[in-house]
Write a protein that binds this ligand. Structure first.
Ligand code: NI
Length: 204
């Protein structure tokens, strides 16, 4: 397996509709493994193939035990239906350290093929619905900035994020944000803070 380089805001592959996967072959299986490893490496909960420069309709999602027993590997995923509204923080590995509230449907039914070619249907709600809809947006060349209504926020924050991307690409700062391990442990130890941490945005 390998850690893949991420494509960042401004890369053309992120704004183009990805092509359907025609064959689930060894190349796709390898991509799936590398994408999962890369997603964990960069501390994301979802990753779409265009984010690693591959314009194919394939995503990986792992929102954790609360939502799923194992990581999802979804080939040609489609949104069948959505329902309700949720409003909450969202981030994206291709838009480093930029988080803001985004409106999404509260629930979504998604169908796809798994890596054996078997059809699967996911009835998602809450954060999992958000993650799946965000990743499927990527396959349509849509970034979550397009779903942000606060134009002023974008005008203010996008140049900051672009500078951060420049620094990542030039090696001035690491691609993986550095966390204070003591702080992470403390969060796990303290119920209140763990609860607070659940509300924090995680890049998808
Ligand atoms: Ni994303």
């Amino acid at each position: 397996m390998a850690i893949l380089d991420l494509k960042y805001y401004g890369a053309q592959v992120l704004t183009r509709a990805a092509k359907p996967v025609k064959h689930i072959d060894r190349e796709l299986i390898k991509l799936a493994q590398d994408m999962l490893e890369s997603m964990y490496h960069y501390h994301g909960v979802g990753l779409a193939a265009p984010q690693v420069g591959v314009s194919k309709r394939f995503i990986v999602v792992d929102c954790g035990d609360e939502f799923q027993e194992a990581p999802y590997f979804l080939v040609n995923p489609e949104v069948v239906s959505t329902e309700g509204v949720q409003y909450g923080p969202e981030g994206c590995l291709s838009l480093p350290e930029f988080f803001t509230d985004v409106e999404r449907p509260a629930r979504a039914v998604v169908k796809a093929l798994d890596l054996r070619g078997a059809p699967i249907t996911i009835n998602a709600e809450g954060f999992l619905a958000r993650a799946l809809l965000h990743e499927i947006d990527h396959l349509n060349g849509v970034l979550f900035t397009e779903r942000v209504e606060d134009e002023q926020l974008l005008v203010r924050e996008i140049p900051v994020m672009k500078e951060r991307i420049r620094m990542i690409l030039s090696g001035e700062i690491p691609a993986v944000p550095e966390y204070d391990e003591d702080e992470v442990l403390h969060l796990e130890e303290t119920a209140d803070m763990a609860e607070a941490a659940k509300d924090e945005a995680v890049p998808v």
